[in-house]
Design a binder for this molecule. Structure first.
Ligand code: PGA
Length: 259
């Protein structure tokens, strides 16, 4: 089974929700009876100001802490930006880049995503690179072209060895926050295409088999087991459902069975 070559990653994306003051109570409920598998990572990607509270609350638990963005610059006169160095200094292990909301509202281009990916790798933070098509693009039959362009650009100039430490999240834009999940067949089709593309057009099968590819878009406690059972779906990037500790714990448990 190919899945033994890579980790199952269940990552919550809190987006711009929750407060630092609410983190201890959330984490108490989440971790009360938490099962994280041996080959599994449980991650919460939180807004920057919540990172210290989340690090403190996650200490001694298997939960890892992630950010939702990073500056492509190292340091200096970039008002409002947060560097990879700052994230590493706080003990951040993962960072989402290229989320469709950032691509849409903050002009995050494929080139910028590639720059961000490289600054994260340089600081030992695992990038979670998001790719995915809009509804118009899907309807026009452009899904695989869009996704391959985004993957190709994100991995530009990244060695095979470095690529093994990168997580890809396939998030069809039409499924994000809409309650309209991709079917497990639709999600598997694109995740398997991404794996094949990485194996045949960018690296090789050994490298591609080691890369965790997640699905994201209205994944929840009810539909996650079926999605995770797919051959090329190695976890989830979870928005809304990660704000509910009991439901998110059940998804981490489902991931542990799949890991
Ligand atoms: P959702 O968000 O689970 O609320 O659809 C997923 C995401 O945007 O990462």
């Amino acid at each position: 089974m190919d899945k033994k070559f890579r980790k199952t990653v269940i990552a919550g994306n809190w987006k711009m929700n929750q407060l630092a003051s609410g983190v201890p109570a959330f984490m108490e409920t989440l971790t009360a009876d938490l099962t994280v598998g041996k080959g599994e990572e449980a991650v919460l990607c939180v807004p920057f100001p919540l990172i210290p509270a989340m690090k403190a609350a996650a200490a001694g638990t298997p939960v890892k802490v992630g950010a939702q963005d990073v500056s492509a610059h190292d340091k200096g006169a970039y008002t409002g930006e947060v560097s990879a160095d700052m994230l590493a200094d706080l003990g951040v292990d993962f960072c989402i880049i290229g989320h469709s909301e950032r691509r849409a509202y903050h002009a995050e281009s494929d080139e910028l995503v590639n720059e961000k990916l490289k600054v994260l790798l340089a600081k030992g933070i695992t990038p979670i690179v998001c790719v995915g098509e809009s509804l118009e693009q899907r309807d026009a039959g452009e899904t695989l072209r869009i996704v391959s362009t985004q993957v190709q650009a994100a991995f530009q100039g990244v060695s095979a060895e470095e690529a093994r430490g990168i997580v890809v999240a396939y998030e069809p834009i039409w499924a994000i926050g809409t309650g309209r999940t991709a079917t497990s067949e639709q999600a598997q089709e694109v995740c398997s295409f991404i794996r094949e593309y990485l194996a045949e057009k960018v690296y090789d099968w050994d490298t591609s088999k080691a890369i965790s590819i997640l699905y994201g878009g209205s994944m929840n406690g009810k539909n996650c087991a079926e999605l995770l059972a797919q051959m090329d779906i190695d976890g989830g990037l979870i928005g809304g459902a990660s704000l509910k500790p009991a439901e998110f714990a059940s998804m981490i448990k489902a991931g542990s069975e799949d890991a």
